[in-house]
Structure formats: structure tokens, C-alpha cells
Design a protein around this ligand. Structure first.
Ligand code: AMP
Length: 594
């Protein structure tokens, strides 16, 4: 049982981050107000989880997404590589999945700081329920690199049900969360009663998501380009591959709203006016097997919970891919009932995390009892895996087992921690291993070594071994599974600082440009509305000169010149429009230029 109450000071902000495969979202609960999603200066609620290199600099979020069509290198869906040793190359430099995720987290942190105008240091980050220990550790490491203290990792479906159930705390209901994102599929079944969210079962597929639907459309684009325009598309060329991916995703999203979509592929085949057409029915045929794959985890979670499908009261759809009509229809036909309306699949997870943040501060009284998604065990000498903590056990939890030696005078035992549902260790994931050395000489099977597995509320594992005869003890946090040492993390934190400053500067530039355009528009309007006899010619001429000058800086994106000239520009406006300002027009004078 997690005690969520009064652990963190009320004055400390805790943001809730849904670090999605394709898009991320951030929310906050401030002073007990309803949770809200934090937007950027354009009002966008989601942030593309993309990092790119445009030849000069690294870009994140919207800018990275836009840059794909301008021949930049881009990294999508880095979440799929979390917890692996995959190396990602951008602009000739190699990065770990944690570093790329950290760039996204840092960008989100900066967005929030610019919006709230105060520093942020704490966050709750959501992960797919089906994430294993190494993927959770990698997420925490990404937070560290980004300078964010991740106070809790929470499962995405649990987070979504927290947001959904917030105004229904006195109800008693069983909720099924169907969460199909960009790269992962999760199903969780929860029992909400007396303000307690009890996760009954969770299941999923770590390698199924909207990206798979995209890939089918990529294949369709490639084969159509060949069939109709006799063009071989070189998917080994990153830039071309990214474009194809961009077109594929666009087509998929369009097919959620249209019966038929035409895709212009002129630049792919080098033939002006080249286009291909796909209908919704064809698309559904093309991807039917993917949709069918979501059936197994649903059936598995229902079975694990011991419920009958008819006992489920509410179905919540989470994740961008549930916007595909075929998915909603499929869920409806499986359960014989409509999923809940009014749940925004893009925002509900981040909102739940923000609610959990508020609850950690003691502002809201809810209780979360989550479970571990995948069995954790120990590899035995005979190659099998001995399960220690079974999947769907409530966390935090602790389990102990006694092990012994296989040979006479064996002086050490090897503890190999594995995670998975298969019988043989080699078919499961090895989370970490350590040797327990210095056993006293003894006949085989005499020593008694107590091995304890403890899982905290974040789903992170600690393993300890104790020789019951000598009392010798060793404890290990299984944290190096993603291959990063603390030294490496420290170095990455230092690297990330530089990136953070670049990012902050970029956002400040955007903010300054916005004000500058606003003032220019105002001045243009003022000049146009005031005839020559009212506006002395020198004021008019000067205004026109200022408008041209400032427009020039904005168009050339010369932010240095913009900053240097801004005070003088404001002063000119103040003097020129003095009468207006006296009448009550408020100008927000900007004085802090960094
Ligand atoms: P998430 O990981 O929850 O951000 O989900 C992202 C996935 O949802 C990506 O594969 C998107 O392409 C997909 N997605 C977002 N909006 C739509 C839509 N309207 N129709 C189909 N798929 C969508």
C-alpha cells in the first residue's frame, strides 16, 4: 500500500509528465485548483517526443517535428529503446536513449518554467505499466540527466484512472484502461472504492503501438511508389526514411477523420503531382492483425483479475492510437458497450500524474495500490528461472527465499536476477547479477542463503543476500541494467546543462518575437489610422523605419539585434503613442533581456 500523504512540502511544485513515445504532455495542480495541462506560447498541449539535428543544432519538440521535412536527422520513439544499450547518432555524436529522453524532459521543464515563471525541480513521470525494471531505471536516469528529481514513477493506465476517478472518489467501480500509445500497449483493471485505486491486474505488449500502424503505411508508400512511379525509395537514407515516416503518420491520422486520403509524394519520387490514394477500408484491412494483437492482453488482464467482462463498469481509452475509429469499434464489440466519452486520451495520463503530485503533498486524499507487471525471479543452475515475485503482486512488496549450494565447499553463489514469464532464464530478461562470495567451507546443500527481493512504489527492485550462518549480508539495487554507471550519468548531467541553456534561450527568443510582432502590428495600425495632420511626419517616418528595422531582425532571426534594440523600440512606441497610453492602453514593457 502506498502512503501518499504529506511526504512533500506543500509549497513545492510537482509537475506530472506523460513522457510518451510519440507525444508528451505536462500538467500541474496549483494550490488545490483543478489540474491543468501546461501549454506553450501557441497553446499546444502536447509536445512531439522528437529530437533532431538540423545541421547546426539540436532541436526538440515542435521544431524537431517541423525540421523533418527540411532534411534534418531525427530521432523518433526513443522510448522504445529505454533500458537498452542502443546508441543513437545525431549530428555525428552518439547518445544513449536516456540522454535523448533527458533532452525531451529538459525541454518540458523549460516550457513549464517559462510558463509559470519559476524554477521547477520535481516531477512525477508516467511509464507504461508493462515497463520492466531496466526501463523504469532508465527513465529515472533520464530525469537525473535533465536536472529533474523524479519523485515517483507511476504506471500510465493507473495515472489515467486517477484523473478519471478524481470526481468519483466515493463510487465503487471496476475500471478497464485500454492504453494504446505510439509504441506500447497496456491494459489495466482497477477497482476504485472509498478513494482507493486498487490495481487488480495489468497486462500488455511492449512492442505494439501506433508506430506499427505507421510502418504498414510506410510499406504501402514504398510499394505504391514502385508500382505507380517505378521509383525505388531508399530507406537506408535517414532523411528519406524520416519523410516516409512523416507521410505515413499523417496519412494514418487523416484516416481517423476521412473515408479516403490522397498523399502527395512528389518529393519522394521526384515527379511533380505524383500522388497515391488509400481508403479507410483498405487501411483497416492492412492493419487488422495489429488490432487483433490487442485482444490477448485484454483477455489476460480480465482473466488475472478474476472478473467476468460483464463485471467491468467503465472502459477508458487512453493513448493517441485509440483515436483510430477501428480501435473504438473493436473495444465496443468486445465488451458490448461504448467506452467512456469525455476522456482526452492525450492529456489524461499527465493530469493523473499531476493529481498524484498533489496527493503526495497531502492536498488530495487518494490512495494507490499498484502491481508489478512482470514476474521477477532468479536464474537457477539448471537454467530454469525460479519466480520470486509473481506478476500482478501489489507493490511495494518484499519476498524472501532460501537458497543453498550445489557443490561441496562452494565458496560463492551467483545471483542472476531475471524478469519474464518464460520457464528458462535465457528466454527472460537478465536485470542484473552479482556474486555472493566468502561462504564458509561446507558440504553441498548445507549453507542457507536468504535472498530477498524488495520492490518499491516505483516498481524498482532491490535485491539482498544473507548467509544465515555467518550473518554476512550484501544488498544491490538493480540499477545498472541500462548500462549507465553513476560516473556516466554525472557526465551526462554536465552535458545536458549546456543544452538546457540553449533551450531556454530559444524559448525566450520565441517569447520576445511574439511581443515584438504584437508591437509592430500595433504601430502599423496606429500609423495607418492616424492621418498626416495628426501624426507629425518625423514620428511617422521614424515609426516606419522602426517597423522595417524590427521586421528585418525578426525575419533574419537575429535575436541579438532584436534584444539590443528592443528598449529603444519600446521607448519610441511609448513616445509616439503617448496619447493612447494615457487613455489606458497598457504596454507591457519588457526590461529583462538575457
Ligand atoms: P501517445 O504515445 O499516447 O502520444 O500516442 C501517440 C500515437 O497516437 C502515435 O502513433 C500517433 O500517430 C497516434 N495518434 C495521435 N492522434 C491520432 C489520430 N487522430 N488518429 C490515429 N492515430 C493517432
Amino acid at each position: 500500500m502506498s502512503d501518499l500523504n504529506k511526504r512533500i512540502d506543500k509549497d513545492v511544485d510537482i509537475i506530472g509528465i506523460d513522457l510518451g513515445t510519440t507525444n508528451s504532455c505536462v500538467a500541474i495542480v496549483e494550490n488545490g485548483q483543478p489540474p491543468r495541462v501546461i501549454t506553450n506560447e501557441n497553446g499546444d498541449k502536447t509536445i512531439p517526443s522528437i529530437v533532431s539535428w538540423d545541421g547546426k543544432q539540436l532541436l526538440v519538440g515542435n521544431e524537431a517535428k517541423e525540421s523533418i521535412f527540411n532534411d534534418s536527422e531525427a530521432i523518433f520513439s526513443v522510448k522504445r529503446f529505454m533500458g537498452t544499450k542502443e546508441e543513437i547518432t545525431l549530428g555525428g555524436k552518439k547518445y544513449s536513449p536516456e540522454q535523448i529522453s533527458a533532452m525531451i524532459l529538459q525541454y518540458i521543464k523549460t516550457r513549464v518554467e517559462v510558463s509559470l515563471k519559476r524554477p521547477i525541480s520535481k516531477a512525477i513521470v508516467t511509464v507504461p505499466a508493462y515497463f520492466d525494471d531496466s526501463q523504469r531505471q532508465a527513465t529515472i536516469n533520464a530525469g537525473k540527466i535533465a536536472g529533474l528529481d523524479i519523485v515517483r514513477i507511476v504506471n500510465e493506465p493507473t495515472s489515467a484512472s486517477l484523473a478519471y476517478g478524481l470526481d468519483k472518489l466515493s463510487d465503487d467501480m471496476k475500471i478497464l484502461v485500454y492504453d494504446l500509445g505510439g509504441g506500447t500497449f497496456d491494459v489495466s483493471l482497477l477497482h476504485l472504492h472509498d478513494g482507493i485505486f486498487d490495481v487488480m491486474a495489468t497486462s500488455g505488449d511492449n512492442h505494439l503501438g501506433g508506430d506499427d500502424w505507421d510502418r504498414r503505411l510506410e510499406e504501402w508508400i514504398i510499394s505504391s511508389a514502385k508500382a505507380l512511379y517505378n521509383k525505388d525509395i531508399d530507406m537506408n537514407n535517414h532523411i528519406i526514411a524520416n519523410k516516409v515516416k512523416g507521410y505515413a503518420e499523417w496519412t494514418k491520422v487523416q484516416l481517423s477523420f476521412n473515408e479516403e486520403v490522397t498523399v502527395d509524394i512528389s518529393d519522394l519520387v521526384g515527379n511533380e503531382g505524383a500522388s497515391i490514394v488509400i481508403s479507410k477500408i483498405e487501411f483497416e484491412e492492412l492493419t487488422k492483425d495489429l488490432m487483433d494483437r490487442t485482444k490477448f492482453p485484454v483477455e489476460d488482464a480480465v482473466k488475472e483479475s478474476g472478473l467476468d467482462p460483464s463485471q467491468i463498469d467503465k472502459i477508458i481509452m487512453v493513448g493517441g492510437s485509440t483515436k483510430m475509429p477501428m480501435i473504438r469499434e473493436y473495444v465496443k464489440s468486445y465488451f458490448g458497450r461504448d467506452p467512456e466519452e469525455g476522456v482526452n486520451p492525450d492529456e489524461v495520463v499527465a493530469i493523473g500524474a499531476a493529481v498524484l503530485g498533489s496527493s503526495l503533498k497531502g492536498e488530495i486524499n487518494v490512495q494507490l495500490n499498484d502491481v508489478i507487471p512482470i514476474t521477477i525471479g532468479m536464474a537457477s543452475y539448471d537454467g530454469t528461472m525460479t519466480p520470486i515475485i509473481k506478476r500482478n503482486t501489489k507493490i511495494p512488496c518484499k519476498k524472501t527465499d532460501i537458497f543453498t549450494t550445489s557443490f561441496d565447499n562452494q565458496d560463492k553463489i551467483e545471483v542472476k536476477v531475471t524478469q519474464g514469464e518464460r520457464t528458462m532464464s535465457e528466454d527472460n530478461k537478465i536485470l542484473g547479477e552479482f556474486e555472493f562470495i566468502g561462504l564458509d567451507p561446507a558440504p553441498a546443500e548445507e549453507p542457507q542463503i536468504e535472498i530477498t527481493y524488495a520492490i518499491d512504489e516505483n516498481g524498482i527492485l532491490n535485491v539482498s543476500a544473507k548467509d544465515l550462518k555467518t550473518g554476512k549480508f550484501k544488498e544491490v539495487t538493480i540499477k545498472d541494467t541500462s548500462g549507465l554507471s553513476s560516473d556516466e550519468i554525472r557526465k551526462m548531467i554536465a552535458d545536458a546543462e549546456k543544452f538546457k541553456n540553449d533551450d531556454l534561450q530559444k524559448m525566450k527568443n520565441v517569447e520576445l518575437s511574439k511581443i515584438a510582432w504584437e508591437y509592430i502590428e500595433l504601430l502599423v495600425k496606429y500609423v495607418n489610422e492616424n492621418p498626416y495632420d495628426k501624426l507629425p511626419y518625423y514620428k511617422r517616418d521614424r515609426s516606419i523605419a522602426w517597423i522595417r528595422k524590427m521586421e528585418g531582425f525578426l525575419e533574419k532571426e537575429d535575436y541579438r539585434a532584436l534584444r539590443v534594440n528592443f528598449i529603444a523600440f519600446q521607448f519610441h512606441m511609448y513616445v509616439t503613442m503617448y496619447e493612447e497610453i494615457k487613455k489606458g492602453y497598457k504596454m507591457n514593457f519588457k526590461t529583462d533581456f538575457e
